[in-house]
Design a protein around this ligand. Sequence first.
Ligand code: OAD
Length: 229
Amino acid sequence: MEKIVILTGAGISAESGLGTFRDEDGLWAKHRIEDVATPEGFARDPALVHGFYNARRVQAAEAPPNEAHKALARLQRDFRGEVVIVTQNVDSLHEAGGAQNLIHMHGTLAGALCAACGHRWTSPPEMVVGERCPACNIPSARPDVVWFGEMPYHMDAIYDHLASATLFAAIGTSGQVYPAAAFVHEARMSGAQTVELNLAPSDGASSFDQVILGPASETVPSWVEGLLG
Ligand code: OAD
């Protein structure tokens, strides 16, 4: 059976109005990774970290899915084989666009996680320092997002999918963050065709069989039309 595994990054949500990380005016130009996206940063200044993710949660809740999110959902519905989306994004725009088979490898802004017992629940719109876990009552609630130095989620399932992929696509990701940046190599070893869709060639563009350049809201729908024939 044909199986498409799609990795998405911040670029697919850019045209929905959400900032990317490494573009010129991206999030990492305005915030230090070690302050807002590491367990050490959270231990040092949890209010700062909650403030960063609260702002992103509000922004993400207001952002509509764009034509690229919708086209991938259409591909999942209408393709004759299996289509798995693995996203590095913590927004919920794939779900809002209708995606079904979706893995959030870097977690989600919609979730809260207890740093003490690992319990997960739906995040309130605004998280505050000292919020208690509903399971163990310890005041150690944090956003359910993966920080630098932490293991991304669902890696066994992702590698299983890559091992049986016939086509691998990376959409709107800079290829600078591992392990996601190495998925193209895993897919190639499994014999999959590989394609990158990005505004400009990513750092890893030479590892792909094909590179399609342009804004995701235009390139993704036409790529999907091609696959659906
Ligand atoms: P980056 O900000 O690193 O890269 C965004 C990519 O999207 C770039 O390659 C852009 O060229 C491309 N892009 C921008 N606008 C686009 C558009 N309209 N259409 C298509 N492509 C476009 O974001 P990610 O690769 O997602 O992790 O970053 C990976 C991880 O680094 C994130 O999940 C996050 C971050 O630090 C954590 O916080 C753990």
